[in-house]
Design a protein around this ligand. Structure first.
Ligand SMILES: *Cc1c(COP(=O)(O)O)cnc(C)c1O
Length: 686
């Protein structure tokens, strides 16, 4: 018992209810030590470890000292002063949040980005409230049949086993807000998650106040048809805003991250109309307070709804807002009087916000092209869509051993503001120190993969070499990302994998959307290749891509491979996670990489991007990019890795590591990104 009366268990319990612990590697390690098997079996959930904690661990004095240190750091963090002066109050809306592998509230990059954004907002101690959906069945859990064909199951989240608290009204009953879906009035309740200083509210229709057929609305991410989707989005946008009002939260600025949540802008309109403003004044009021981010470089990828479906779904709300169906449709149409035009959420977001952005410079350019018709009086360059390039939350994505390494060599606190000069000092480290670091992280990954694949349904028999050039590819298996591109010329690829002198190994992970058979065929093809001579044991598919696998792969791989069909990768963030670990990107110049690549801090695939993006014939693009990928591997990447000096060190490789480590992490961090949002989007004088 410590002087303040808290036992080590009390302290751990109070740490476990705030997801701050997910970005503190020592907190993570403490929970694991309590009961490693149960922790791992529950997707690294601390509640599972606490429920089965071993007494000899809790009573160990060294363990208790470590708990005291982490607890003190947590208290310090929570009491830290705001790091941005006179920051506006921000309401942040997104459909999905990637926070930790124990909470499957995400499908991929958009969610992980939103989670990273909210965590960085907490690190900066911004007044920031986030809103999303309580996706009790998440996206899906991946498994495989005997032919390597992906199957989906939907384990149900048990709120009692997570730090989720039901939001209560003053009387003690669950707080609910009404949302009209079609002509029905649903009740929406909310669960709260604490992310450091940031509160995240997750909306839920799955309880007995609602008719059976409406209860599943908020259960699953991106499943069901348009009919379910528009209803889910009404709950998110309208329900989300009503919840904030019920909690007395009045943000100065509302950030709609992607179109899914843009109905919030119509609810803001309704409030102003109710308060007596006319339609034009209400629009202006809303526009003055909303900002919008688009991530979608494919026109068909923007959520859009048939006008009949829209008017059916909006019927109840229309009676509250007292606008005509035509007026409501107009907010989501480029040409309001075209009766065939669908209602597009991105158009709504653009029309009712004061500022909009894409998520990389290239993506901003593509977005201006996509939406130029909305601004007929403006030239392409004047289309009011800017860009803020995505970044990653370094405390979340920097592996424990890498945090120790950074602490030893450059003393940066990743949760505090740092500048580029701190990172630049990494360039002074010796070849030997840097190579030892790289080898340590690669070895750790190899050990992890060998154990991890034992538990999966897709059979894998890794024969990995902890000293071999290790390439990673993990992301959603959307076909534009072209996961099997490296096997386009099977024999040329086999020659690389089968070379006993200069071995390479390739680790894959990723999920295909349950309706995407082409994506599932990609995984199946990789599985088949992984059993062929030459590739066997060296091409490994890790099942169940989640944030843990993401952390392990991005920290351990030497090369992070990314070969999307340009310009379809809006930003991509997984490649940003590798840099602090001395990993190097080998990537098409798409998304963030044209801004990161300097010529000596990684490699580029494919021809220089020119004039009209995305107009190339896909077959031609695939052929050119595959040829370039082989050339880079054969002539540069593999020789550079294996060209060793008298001390056994690959000097040129380490030079590239040095450049990547010194330059990329601060430039592509979520902290930089959120500060850009504050200065360029959230502040009215921005
Ligand atoms: C980082 C991350 C992503 C995003 O990766 P992209 O490069 O943007 O495709 C998706 N899923 C998980 C689990 C991640 O960790």
């Amino acid at each position: 018992m410590s002087p303040n009366g808290l036992t080590p268990r009390d302290k751990l319990e109070s740490i476990a209810i705030n997801l701050w612990w997910t970005w503190d590697p020592e907190a993570r390690a403490l929970f694991r030590r309590l009961n490693p098997e149960f922790f791992r079996a529950a997707d690294n959930n601390p509640q599972a470890a606490l429920a089965t904690a071993k007494d000899d661990v809790l009573n160990d004095s060294a363990f208790q000292d470590a708990v005291d240190a982490v607890y003190a750091r947590y208290r310090d963090y929570m009491e830290r002063d705001p790091q941005v002066e006179e920051a506006p109050d921000i309401g942040y809306f997104c459909m999905e949040y990637g926070l930790h592998e124990s909470l499957s509230l995400y499908s991929g990059g958009l969610g992980v980005l939103a989670g990273d954004h909210a965590k960085a907002a907490s690190d900066l101690h911004l007044p920031f409230t986030a809103v999303g959906l309580f996706l009790s069945e998440g996206y899906f859990r991946q498994s495989f049949d005997a032919n390597g064909w992906q199957e989906a199951t939907h384990p149900v989240l048990d709120s009692a086993k997570h730090p989720l608290s039901l939001v209560l009204a003053p009387g003690g009953d669950p707080l609910t807000v009404p949302v009209h879906v079609g002509t029905r009035t649903l009740q929406v309740r909310a669960w709260k998650l604490a992310l450091g200083h940031t509160d995240l509210y997750l909306l839920d229709t799955d309880f007995d106040a609602n008719p059976e057929e409406y209860r599943p609305l908020t259960r699953r991410l991106y499943q069901g048809g348009d009919h379910e989707r528009i209803r889910q989005e009404l709950v998110l946008g309208i329900g989300g805003l009503r919840l904030l009002r019920a909690l007395d939260v009045e943000p100065d600025v509302y950030h709609a991250n992607e179109g899914h949540c843009a109905f919030l802008m119509l609810e803001l309109m309704r409030e102003r109309l109710d308060a007596g403003l006319d339609q034009a004044a209400a629009e202006q009021w809303v526009r003055d307070r909303c900002v919008f981010t688009t991530h979608t470089p494919v026109m068909a990828g923007h959520d859009h709804f048939h006008p009949d479906l829209f008017s059916e779904a909006i019927a109840g709300f229309r009676d509250q807002i007292h606008l005509s169906t035509h007026d409501l449709l107009s907010y989501g149409r480029v040409h309001p009087d075209d009766p065939d035009e669908t209602f597009t959420m991105t158009v709504l977001g653009l029309k009712l916000s004061r500022a909009a952005n894409g998520v990389s410079e290239l993506n901003g350019h593509v977005a201006r092209q996509q939406w130029q018709d909305l601004y007929p009086d403006r030239s392409l360059d004047e289309v009011p869509i800017d860009s803020i390039t995505n970044g990653v939350h370094l405390p979340t994505w920097t592996a424990g051993p890498a945090r120790d390494f950074l602490d030893t060599h450059i003393q940066v606190d990743l949760t505090e503001r740092q500048d580029a000069d701190d990172w630049a000092r990494l360039a002074d480290l010796s070849d030997e120190v840097l190579w030892r670091y790289r080898s340590q992280l690669r070895t750790r990954l190899v050990t992890y993969v060998e154990a991890k694949v034992q538990a999966q349904s897709l059979p894998m028999h890794p024969a990995l070499d902890p000293d071999a050039l290790t390439i990673g590819f993990a992301r959603r298996f959307a076909t534009y990302k072209r996961a099997p591109l490296i096997f386009r010329d099977r024999e040329r690829a086999r020659a690389l994998f089968a070379d006993p002198e200069r071995p390479i190994q390739l680790l894959y992970a990723g999920k295909a959307h349950p309706d995407d058979d082409a994506g599932k065929r990609f995984i199946q093809r990789i599985y088949e290749i992984s059993r062929e001579p030459g590739f066997e044991g060296k091409v490994i598919f890790l099942e169940g891509y989640d944030m843990e696998i993401g952390r392990m792969l991005t920290s351990g791989c030497d090369i992070w491979l990314n070969n999307p069909r340009r310009p379809l990768e809006a930003s991509g963030t997984s490649g940003q996670k590798v840099a602090a670990h001395g990993g190097l990107n080998l990537s098409v110049l798409d998304g963030w990489w044209p801004e990161g690549y300097t010529g000596n801090n990684g490699w580029a695939i494919g021809p220089e991007p020119t004039g009209d993006y995305g107009t190339a014939d896909p077959e031609v693009q695939d052929e050119q990019d595959a040829a370039s990928l082989y050339t880079q591997l054969e002539e540069s990447v593999i020789p550079t890795f294996y060209d060793r000096n008298a001390d056994g060190l690959p000097e040129d490789w380490i030079d590239r590591m040095r450049a990547a480590m010194a330059e990329l992490p601060p430039a592509f961090s979520a902290k930089r990104m959120v500060l850009d949002y504050v200065n360029e989007m959230y502040r009215t004088d921005g």
